[in-house]
Write a protein that binds this ligand. Structure first.
Ligand code: NAD
Length: 421
């Protein structure tokens, strides 16, 4: 059934819609509902003029897409990357809806992005871009409407600027308008590493499920940013041998295992994993094809695709990134018995602790780190168990199980609320 015209080019939106269509078919959802689930409830595209440090003016395009509100306010990250386009933001917003429903936090899904390469701008320029974008999308964000958080190319500092711009505009401080903000502005203990903690929690569950001993199991992580860096660290702490890591500038390999803490210090000094002493450089694409127990793509979409999926030798792929596996690769990997743990389950730890942060802001009461991490672990385990049970019951992949579980919850909320008017 073709519900919507396909996006003009293959990409994340194509993948997201294909995943939705499979869940819709499994659940027997009708065409009208399918069309609603496939279409964002609200989209805003804005021009973001930036006065550069040299006085010239440059114009950027930003988007905020709110995919669904049936279960609560929209929630999702803000991305700064030259690759941002509306279809990517639509896909990411849809995945946020399923993720929030899957881990049962009371949100719909959203995503935002500006097509800008943050690496070529000064901090002052990034602050001006963030504040201008925030003021442009201000009418549709807020603690009860849509709550941004960091994603690729944005940080705690970006969230602080959004918080300030929003607060100045409404006349009082509103900590719950963003999550992933600095601790001193009401951020949550445990938020900065929550996505990575969740990824590793799920990776350990997947290893146990496949009967692979953790001690000495081999792993590689693509991306060494907010998700990949701590994921590599926690995997090493758990006893895995992290043999390769990459970022946008290069990849390094050490068969005996990388010293991830030392690698972190190298990245703090140089800005990249490339050139790390005690490891040999490898081709970034090669990392994805190493013989491994565990591969964690934690960078961008579409890196496991039709061109390389047949060469992937990992036994398990745990998606730290959103949308790293295309639909074609998914089919190839499944046929080759590679266990693919989908993004909406594997990287949901970030939004879980974002929810805790929002709850703390609404309560004006800070939870202890132990409390945050205990509750995060409980949520991740519950979601893993539910997905595994559903997959077993219906004999489907973990991705289809996770998507169907989530879509079913969103549809249930929609049915109970009814269609207005
Ligand atoms: P980030 O900007 O902090 O880090 C991105 C990393 O990926 C950097 O190390 C960058 O150099 C690297 N990278 C970019 N392109 C690459 C390529 N082609 N090959 C190898 N490395 C490449 O971003 P992040 O917050 O860590 O997000 C990474 C992924 O995780 C994204 O898909 C994001 O949507 C997803 N995610 C993030 C969070 C979060 O809490 N930050 C939560 C859930 C999902």
């Amino acid at each position: 059934m073709t519900v919507l015209p396909a996006p003009t080019t293959a990409g994340p939106l194509d993948d997201a819609r294909t995943q939705l269509a499979a869940a819709v078919e499994l659940l027997g959802i009708d065409e009208g509902q399918h069309r609603m689930l496939a279409t964002p409830r609200r989209e805003l595209t804005v021009s973001v003029p930036l006065r550069r440090d040299d006085g010239s003016v440059e114009l950027f395009t930003g988007h905020r897409v709110q995919h669904n509100f049936s279960r609560g306010p929209a929630k999702g990250g803000l991305r700064f990357s030259a690759q941002v386009d509306i279809d990517e933001v639509r896909a990411l917003a849809m995945w946020m809806t399923w993720k929030c429903a899957l881990v049962d936090v009371p949100y719909g899904g959203a995503k935002g992005g500006i097509a800008i390469d943050p690496r070529v701008h000064s901090t002052a320029e990034l602050e001006r871009v963030t504040r201008r974008y925030t003021s442009e999308i201000l009418p549709i964000i807020g603690p009860d409407q849509d709550i941004p958080a960091p994603d690729i190319g944005t940080s705690e500092q970006t969230m602080a600027w959004i918080l300030d711009t929003y607060s100045v505009s409404v006349g009082h401080t509103v900590p719950a308008v963003v999550t992933g903000k600095p601790l001193s502005l009401g951020g949550s203990l445990g938020r900065a590493s929550a996505t990575s903690r969740g990824v590793v929690h799920i990776a350990l569950a997947a290893l146990a499920h496949r009967g692979i001993r953790v001690d000495g199991a081999t792993a590689a992580v693509q991306g060494f940013g907010k998700v990949g860096r701590d994921a590599a660290r926690f995997l090493a702490q758990a006893g895995l041998r992290v043999v390769a890591v990459s970022d946008v500038d290069g990849a390094v390999h050490a068969a005996a295992g990388l010293d991830v803490e030392e690698l972190g210090r190298h990245v703090d000094r140089t800005g990249t994993v490339a050139g790390f002493p005690g490891a040999e450089p490898i081709d970034a694409a090669e990392l994805l094809e190493l013989k491994l127990d565990l591969l964690v793509p934690a960078a961008v979409e579409g890196v496991l695709n039709e061109a390389n999926a047949r060469r992937v030798q990992a036994r398990i792929v745990v998606e730290g990134a959103n949308g790293p596996t295309t639909t074609a690769a998914d089919e190839i990997l499944t046929a080759r018995d590679v266990l693919v743990v989908p993004d909406i389950l594997a990287n949901s730890g970030g939004v879980v602790v974002s929810y805790f942060e929002w709850a703390q802001a609404n309560q004006s009461y800070r939870w202890s780190e132990r409390e945050v991490e205990g509750r995060l672990g409980d949520k991740m385990t519950a979601a893993w168990d539910a997905v595994l049970a559903f997959a077993g019951r219906c004999d489907v992949t973990l991705r289809l199980a996770a998507t169907a579980l989530a879509v079913d919850r969103v549809t249930e909320a929609h049915r109970l609320r009814g269609l207005y008017p």
